[in-house]
Ligand binder design. Structure first.
Ligand code: ZN
Length: 258
């Protein structure tokens, strides 16, 4: 098996050395970081979430506005997966690296809150979060937890307890702009890091896919851990075509143990 080979062991040691030597390591994560936790990548064929609807159509602001029942019917199985999911060893490893001072920020395209649940503090959620909902009328923000059981079990669409208007999950839908503050933080972190670890993302979604380009253009080292190829692979110092839950804990053990 490739992951047990001497070559991989050497690459893990080299990745650990690069991260240890860095002053500001930043991580960019995507759907592949949460698939080992059982959260399906809703953009992938075969996730089951493609079969009935096209995500770009249903996960859009206009479907939410004009056909909220269809929007919430699509969201329900995904919400159920996210609520049941637990952080995997890669989430825990990044949280350990952060608390030991080796990771300064995690930029994530994921909306499942698993980095925070694993203990990470400096998380930049460029696609928003499913952890909170905001009222479309009075703009009061609510924690999702109080609404999710009824939604997942009975399909009850969440409404504001104060004004009874529809609640919108604080995730960025198609047709919506990325949240300005988060996006500026992500750009700043990418421009100023001296090492970027790209993990569990195929870098197919713009503009997040441009962040590692920004990092390497500014001289940062690049480590990529992803099961499939990405357009930035050729610029990587080290490339692991593997599962994040396999590789990230091994790199972390090397850093924290050595
Ligand atoms: Zn309200």
């Amino acid at each position: 098996m490739i992951t047990d080979s001497q070559e991989t062991n050497n690459a893990i040691r080299r990745a650990a050395r690069l991260i240890k030597a860095s002053r500001k390591a930043v991580v960019l994560t995507g759907a592949g970081f949460s698939t080992p936790s059982g959260v399906p990548d809703f953009r992938s064929p075969g996730s089951g979430l493609w079969t009935r609807y096209l995500p770009m159509e249903v996960a859009s602001l206009s479907t939410f506005r004009y056909d909220p029942e269809k929007f919430f019917a699509w969201l329900r199985p995904l919400a159920s997966h996210m609520l049941r999911a637990e952080p995997n060893p890669a989430h825990k490893a990044l949280a350990d690296l952060e608390s030991a001072g080796f990771v300064k920020a995690i930029i994530t395209q994921n909306i499942d809150f698993l980095h925070q649940r694993a203990g990470s503090k400096s998380v930049i959620e460029v696609h928003g979060t499913f952890n909170t909902l905001t009222c479309t009328s009075c703009y009061k923000q609510h924690n999702s937890a109080g609404f999710m059981d009824m939604f997942i079990e009975e399909g009850t669409i969440p409404h504001c307890p104060d004004c009874h208007s529809l609640l919108k999950p604080d995730v960025i839908l198609f047709e919506e702009q990325l949240p300005v503050r988060m996006w500026m933080l992500a750009q700043e972190a990418s421009s100023t890091c001296d090492l970027m670890l790209v993990a569990g993302t195929s870098l197919e979604v713009m503009p997040s896919a441009g962040l590692p380009v920004r990092a390497v253009d500014n001289g940062a080292h690049l480590v990529v851990v992803n099961k499939s190829t990405t357009f930035i692979d050729e610029r990587a110092d080290l490339l692991f075509m593997d599962d994040v839950a396999e590789i990230i804990p091994r790199i972390t053990a090397e850093i924290l143990g050595g």
